[in-house]
Design a protein around this ligand. Structure first.
Ligand code: KG4
Ligand code: ZN
Length: 357
């Protein structure tokens, strides 16, 4: 039996992406057209610009993904696409294109949850990784601590009550005039600073739940900067970045380790754009290793939005209910009906991890 080839399509935010992945693991191509240069001057994603750019880029990006993988649509076994969560106008572009392709080729259409895909990106590179595990999902739009009992079985332990982790990085960087997106810039500057220079609040670190709150920290940074300016004092940007970053990460690490204890698991995975953060990776890895436990995270390009993770999630979505597991070639008849999206599937901007995709 041949490998199962899935074409993944992702347009939930500001990256237009397509990828071809074999058996949920082997990446044959992973094309990402970043729209960052069109959003930069607004220091954030402008939804209408995102939708318009997706319309422009999605065709060439899919074509390139097939070309790079050295396959044609005839070799593809299924099309996986992000249905949510995300910006509705952006999601509709990918979903519309995926439906059109599925209709024309008669291939099955698999709808995917973007957050689940971020978690499953870890399985692309760590073939031996298996649930149960705790996932810390930290992206531009989401912050959540998730107990993954098995494929498709998730319990959301806690979420952010206000800003997402990446959003906090981006807002602080914007305020300091550092550039966009802020996460990687703050990460770099923080490496040169002292994380104990300024004592910012660790919001909700002592609460018994697994929720997070970051808007107070953002305000604390703003207040600190204006106080220093009022006093005519110069601000040490690396120290400020390091202290802010430590305040974000301390709470995340503390709550993740508590979830590990409570759920009695020995694996943690990081997911989402902020999973690229060097300090978060390093500190959580040390803590886990100290306890004889393991931390996994995707390589940099698989942390931020991409379509390889969408194809991977599509594969597990089919496989967790579609036995026997080995499906190869164009055997669409082997897909269980309920795992294939109907052609009237709609985008779901607030899709939750526990919703049926
Ligand atoms: O997952 P992602 O590509 O998009 C969403 O689904 O939201 O995450 C993008 C976010 C941005 O807010 C960006 O600033 C942040 O991830 N980010 C980082 C780093 N690299 C990207 N945040 C902290 N440290 C980084 N190294
Ligand atoms: Zn994302």
């Amino acid at each position: 039996m041949g490998e199962m080839l899935i074409l993944g399509i992702e347009t939930s935010c500001d990256e237009t992406a397509a990828a071809v992945v074999a058996d949920g693991k082997r990446i044959l191509s992973n094309v990402v057209a970043s729209q960052v240069e069109w959003h930069r001057k607004f220091s954030g994603v402008v939804p209408e610009i995102a939708s318009r750019k997706h319309v422009e880029l999605i065709g060439p990006v899919i074509e390139e993904a097939l070309l790079e993988a050295n396959v044609t649509l005839d070799d593809i076994d299924a099309i996986a696409v992000t249905r949510g969560p995300g910006l509705v106008g952006a999601l509709l572009v990918g979903l519309g294109v995926a439906k059109g392709l599925a209709y024309a080729t008669k291939l099955p259409l698999i709808c995917v949850n973007h957050i689940e895909a971020h978690i499953l990106a870890n399985f692309l590179e760590h073939p031996k990784l298996k649930p149960p595990l705790i996932a810390l999902v930290v992206s531009g739009g989401h912050t959540a601590l998730v107990y993954m009992k098995d494929f498709g079985k998730y319990e959301v332990l806690g979420e952010t009550l206000d800003d997402a982790a990446g959003e906090a990085f981006d807002k602080v960087a914007k305020f300091l005039g550092l550039g966009y997106p802020g996460g990687p810039i703050v990460d770099e500057l923080a490496a040169k600073g002292d994380s104990e220079a300024i004592n910012f609040p660790r919001a909700m670190i002592k609460t018994k739940n697994y929720d997070f709150s970051l808007s107070g920290l953002k305000t604390a940074v703003l207040n600190y900067v204006s106080q220093q300016r009022d006093k005519g004092k110069e601000i040490d940007i690396p120290d400020l970045c390091a202290s802010f970053q430590a305040a974000v990460i301390d709470v995340q690490i503390y709550k993740t380790l508590r979830a590990v204890r409570e759920k009695d698991v020995n694996k943690v995975v990081l997911a989402g754009g902020v999973a690229a953060n060097k300090s978060l990776r390093e500190r959580l890895k040390n803590e886990m290793n100290r306890q004889g436990k393991e931390l996994f995270y995707p390589s940099h390009s698989l942390c931020t939005d991409n379509a390889a993770m969408i194809a991977c999630a599509g594969y597990y979505r089919v496989h967790r209910s579609c036995l026997p597991p080995a499906i190869g070639g164009r055997q669409t008849g082997e897909f269980k009906e309920e795992r294939v999206c109907p052609l009237d599937a709609n985008a779901e901007p607030n899709l939750s991890l526990i919703d049926e995709v």
